[in-house]
Every structure is written in C-alpha cells, then in structure tokens.
Design a binder for this molecule. Structure first.
Ligand code: ADP
Ligand code: MG
Length: 649
C-alpha cells in the first residue's frame, strides 16, 4: 500500500540476506525496502530505571547500579548455564542472574554503571535479568510482530541496513508538513524504528498517521477521477414533466431531504458522468420511495433499472412495497432463488425485449442468463453486504453505469469518508411527517411481569409486537433465556392464535409463511431469532422487545428498533438486559437517550472500533498502521480536505 522508497529494492539486495532469510521475510509479507520500513514495531518499552526501594515485592523493572563483582558463569545440565554478579543500586546490594547469556561475561566490568531489565525480588534482593543495557544509550526497547520468522535483533539490523541504502522519494507535500508541523516521512519512520524516547514515538506516529490518511484520500480521489469518466452513454434523458406529474400523484408530500435526494440522483442521471451515489437514511426514512421515483424517471427514457438486495426476504418486501406505490406506472418483477422456472423464463424475456422497467432480486440477478435490453440504473441496498465482485458483475451488465447504493445503516462520517469516499452522498435525516419518536426503556429481567402487562395493553389496542430472542436451544449459559422459553411464555399469555415463532434454523418457505401471518396481522406477536430481516415492514407494530439486549451492538439495536414507529402511532422499544460489563450498560443507556442513527453509529464506532463496525471483512476498510479511524477522525477530515484541495489544483 505504501511506497516511499524508490527504487524499492528487494530485500535480497541487502547485505546478509540470503535465500533462507528472504523466505522467512516473505512469510511475513516483507518483500522489499518499503515493506521493511513500514514494518512498524508493535510495542515499545522504556528502560527508565526505577528506585528499587519503591518496588513492592516482585516486579519486572529496570534497575541501574554499579557492578560490584566479576561475573561468574556456571554450567548446569543440558546446555543450561547461569551468569551471576552482584551490583549495588539504590543502596541495595543485589544478586543478578542471567540464564543462558554467557557472552555477557566479557561486557560486565567491576565499577561500571549498567542497567538491568528483569524481575526483581525485593525480599531475596535478587534479580533475574532479561536484558543488560550498557551506558545510557538504548533507553527504548522495541518489539516487532515477526511471528517467529526471525529474531527481533536480526530484523532491527535489517531495518538499519535498509535505511542506509534507501532513497526516500515520496512525502507529504512540504506546505502541508509546515502547516501541520509534521516531519518528513523518512524521519518519522526512522524514529519509529530507532526512538530515543516515547516522545519521539508519538511525534513520529502523528506524522505517519497523517501520511496514511492523506495518501489514502489521494488514492480515493484518483479512483473517483478514473471512474467518473465522461461517457455520453451515461446520460439518461428522462422526461422531467412526466416525472413531476408522477410525483404529484403520490399519496404524500416528499420530505425536504427526499426532494433533495431525488434532485441529486436525477441530476446524476442526466449527467454525462456515471453515477456513484450513496443514499443513506434510517429505516423508514423513505429511501425506497426515492429510488422508485428515480426508476420511474429512467423509465420515461426507456432505460431499465435493477434493484439488488442481499436477502430474499428483503427482496420480497421491496417488491411488495414498490408494487404498492408503482404498480400502475412501472412494469416490475421479482427474481430470486425461489422464482419458478416458468416465471423466470417470462421475466428474462421481458428483460431482454425491454418491456420490464424494474427487476428486484437477490444475487440471482448477476447470473449469466439475465440479460437486459437497456439497463442503465442500478440500485443496491445494504450495499456493504455485497462483495465488491458481486457488485461489479451486475454493473457490467449495464450500458450506462449509474449506480445508487442505499444503506439503512447510518455510517459514521469517518467510515463513510474512508470506505465511500469515492462516492457522492445523499442523506435523508428527517423522517416523514407524523412519525412519533420511539420511546425506549431498559428493564432488568426481574421486571418481566411489568413488561408483559405493558405488552398486553398494546396488544389489546390492536397493535402488533416484535419479540427478539437469543438463538439457542437450551440454556448453554445460565444468563440467556432460550427462544423456546420465551415462545412458551408468550403462548401462555396470549395463546397460539396470537403468537408466531420464526427462528434462524427454519426452512426458508416455512419462514416466509410464518412471517406472512405476522405481516397480514393474522397473528400479532412475532417471537423471532432472526434479526437480519431488515426489510420487514409492519406499520401496525408498536412494540419491539429485545431479550438479552446486551448481546447486540448499538447499530443492530438501532436497526431492530427501526422495525417499529412506522406509522403515526406512538411506538416503544423495550430492552431487557442485565448487563455484565460497563460497556454493555452504557449501550443500554445510550439507546434510551437518543434515536438519532448517526449519533448512535458514531458511538458504536468509538466503542467497538472500525474493524467490528461492519462485522464483515468485505467492507473494504483499509488497514492502517498508525491511524485509528475511531480516534483520528479530525485528522481524517483534514487529510480529506487537503486531498480535495490538491486535486483541485
Ligand atoms: P426506507 O426504504 O428508507 O426504509 P421506505 O421508502 O420504505 O423507507 O418508506 C417507509 C414508509 O414510509 C413506506 O410505507 C413509505 O410509503 C412511507 N413514506 C415514504 N416517504 C414518505 C413521506 N414523505 N411521507 C409519508 N410517508 C412516506
Ligand atoms: Mg427500505
């Protein structure tokens, strides 16, 4: 990822690196000079001597003192040997032992000042030495994560050789270095390998962080420029009058954010540059409607659209909700793994002859036999769940590469800058009018009877209730109530005519059937372990009960809560949890304090770190050596602004 040295000579060009060493280095992904200098130590220890009188009983520390006796080496069994000498430190006369380091004998001289790092036992006045430090130099000890490929010391020599031979060619632009008080990247890297103090390390890290973030942004800008090619084929010349007339027929007024989003997307459609836009908004904020309107726009130009979603349930739900609003205006169909052969054949025909305006489906859409007459607008929902390859494959089918990515996971700004920095972003922040904010409460499991009576009262008012239960069959641990226990509990309270169970191990058609009884309000209490069905939409539901809520991160809890509050009725989210950690308790508190998905996602990122945020490797998050996306967001924003400036010039 990084190139600062040019020519980036190979490691075997360094003195002393033969085929064996080369192989070992390759095994830890080190191939050339750049890899060496960017192999940043993973820990630093200082050898600042401590006052032995202050050591409690036994501690690993560094002592500084005067050698009092000649070292003597005793050979023990099986190649073991022991070197012993006495030294005086802080008025304590102590015995120092080094195991298997007989070569130290020649270095230790009586009356010399030395530092010994090791385990000090105060009662016995003994020290088991690990490292001997002569004079005042090398106060910092560094360690590399070398995975046993070679000794720390050997690698350090290699780093030293590399710096001797390297010519540093790339750096942060001088004016930025001056503006932000950074050092040349070569100095920063050198200090990280050969620091004199912790201060060196932190100064150098700051420069490296900036370098990483800035270079990454520059890369993104380059990608953006390369992708956004001018191509008359990207133009979708829709009929604005028809579009306006159509929007008038909608049963509601679009929110301002929806209008702005429609405008931006339509502007992209008309533009000769291809669209790469991310549409973000909480569940229920009206993204699907926005996408549908733009599909209608494309249709007026006889351009086809495709909507790809990660799960079949989500595909069904999108199909139903879009059919409801657009059935008279758009010819649309659903294509998933469950589509029958006959239906599929018909759909494929209509896609090929151009009759079909919109196809909604899972990755079934990327199969080779799906051929479009004139695909020009691609929408992917919950896009970070698709691998890059899947996305590209659908994009390849398009004549006009206009892609809209939709996500209901509010992505913290820092992550959206890094992962989606090459896209334009539209955000729907305000919910459609009339929505009441969801009241969230946190209850302990011993308050279950209160919770049940609350549920009963909402049920009596004709509302539907979601109950999320942990997926386990029997109590593997004592802390979790099993899904079956919860199901039984609700059966006893409400009877089997009112309660339906959906769990992750059910077959797909059973699941769909069970969901259906809940969606059509035949049964109004859904006990479920499957929380992934982001698409489910039952506006009649007013209560979301989550058992063992501490199992989930903030983003997931927020997603779950988004199932309710989809009508003008007041809705509630009840978290049942006896958290064991402070962090988990804090999550419960945060949930009761805010319903703003963006605030929650920032907090989630802070608490869990970027690696866990998406939960999937394919998120495409870069791996930084020094920068931390949760911590360094201010620097990230600066780096981004500077990269944009650079590209403007
Ligand atoms: P999302 O895709 O963001 O989850 P949807 O587009 O599915 O949201 O909208 C959720 C619900 O809100 C749908 O029933 C939709 O018809 C309705 N809706 C969308 N926009 C508005 C609006 N501006 N005013 C009232 N209701 C709306
Ligand atoms: Mg949606």
């Amino acid at each position: 990822m990084y190139n600062v040295i040019e020519p980036a000579f190979l490691i075997d060009d360094l003195p002393g690196v033969g085929p064996k060493t080369k192989e070992r280095l390759n095994s830890i992904q080190i191939f050339n000079a750049n890899d060496v200098v960017f192999k940043i130590p993973n820990s630093y220890m200082s050898h600042i001597p401590v006052n032995l009188n202050l050591v409690e009983i036994e501690e690993t520390i560094t002592a500084q003192g005067t050698v009092k006796t000649e070292p003597s080496v005793t050979y023990m069994r099986r190649g073991m040997n022991r070197l012993v000498f006495f030294m005086e430190a802080n008025d304590i006369y102590l015995k120092v032992t080094f195991f298997n380091q007989p070569y130290l004998r020649d270095k230790i001289k009586v009356n010399q000042t030395v530092k010994v790092h090791g385990k000090f036992n105060k009662l016995k006045q003994e020290m088991s030495g690990k490292k001997l430090i002569l004079g005042s130099k090398e106060d910092m000890e560094i360690r590399y994560a070398l995975n046993k490929a070679m000794h720390n010391r050997t690698f350090k020599n290699l780093v030293s050789e590399t710096f001797k031979h390297a010519q540093f060619k790339y750096d942060i632009p001088t004016e930025l270095r001056e503006k932000y008080h950074l050092m040349p990247i070569s100095d920063a890297l050198y200090l990280l390998h050969f620091p004199q103090s912790f201060k060196d390390v932190s100064r150098a890290r700051r420069t490296l962080k900036f370098y990483e973030l800035f270079m990454y942004q520059v890369k993104i800008m380059e990608k953006r420029r390369a992708e956004r090619v001018r191509d008359a084929n990207s133009i979708v010349p829709y009929d604005i009058d028809k579009l306006k007339a159509f929007i008038q027929t909608l049963p509601f007024e679009l929110t301002n954010d929806q209008k702005t989003s429609v405008n931006s997307i339509c502007r992209d459609l008309l533009s000769e540059y291809s669209m790469h836009r991310l549409l973000q908004g909480d569940v229920g904020s009206g993204k699907t409607i926005v996408a549908g309107i733009c599909v209608y726009a494309a249709k007026t130009a006889r351009v086809q659209s495709a909507l790809m979603v990660p799960t079949e349930v989500l595909a069904n739900q999108h199909f139903e909700s879009l059919s409801e609003t657009f059935s008279g205006e758009l010819n649309l169909a659903l294509l998933t793994g469950s589509t029958t052969k006959k239906e599929k054949c018909e759909i494929l025909n209509q896609l090929k002859n151009g009759n079909m305006d919109l196809i909604i489906g899972t990755h079934a859409l990327i199969e080779d036999d799906v051929v479009f007459k004139n695909l020009g607008f691609i929408i992917t929902d919950e896009q970070h769940r698709f691998g890059v390859n899947q996305r590209e494959k659908l994009n390849e089918k398009a004549r006009h590469k206009n892609v809209l990515y939709m996500t209901a996971t509010p992505i913290p700004r820092t992550l959206s800058i890094t992962t989606f920095g090459d896209m334009d972003v539209s955000i729907i922040k305000t919910m459609p009018a009339g929505r009441k904010s969801i009241e969230t409460t946190w209850r302990r499991s011993n308050e279950l009877s209160e919770v049940m009576s609350f549920i009963r009262s909402e049920h009596n008012r004709g509302h539907s209730i979601y109950v999320v239960a942990p997926l386990i069959e029997e109590s593997e641990t004592l802390d979790l109530i099993t899904v079956n226990e919860i199901y039984e509990l609700f059966l006893r309270e409400f009877g089997s005519e009112e309660v339906v169970l959906v769990h992750g191990k059910m077959k797909n058609d059973e699941k769909v059937k069970a969901m259906d009884t809940f969606e059509t309000l035949k049964k109004r209490i859904l006990v479920s372990t499957t929380v992934i069905e982001v698409g489910i939409n039952v506006p009649n539901a007013t209560v979301m009960v989550i058992f063992n809520a501490e199992r989930f991160g903030l983003s997931t809890l927020h997603q779950l809560r988004g199932r309710v509050g989809r009508s003008d009725k007041q809705s509630y989210c009840i978290l049942i949890s006896d958290p064991k950690t402070e962090q988990a308790a804090e999550r419960m508190n945060i949930m009761t304090e805010t319903t703003d998905g963006f605030i929650l996602s920032e907090r989630d990122l802070e608490m869990r770190g970027p690696g866990d945020f998406f939960g999937v490797r394919q998120s495409g998050l870069p791996e930084f050596k020094a920068a931390d996306l949760a911590e360094d967001y201010k620097m990230l924003e600066i780096a981004r602004d500077e990269a944009i400036q650079l590209f403007k010039r």
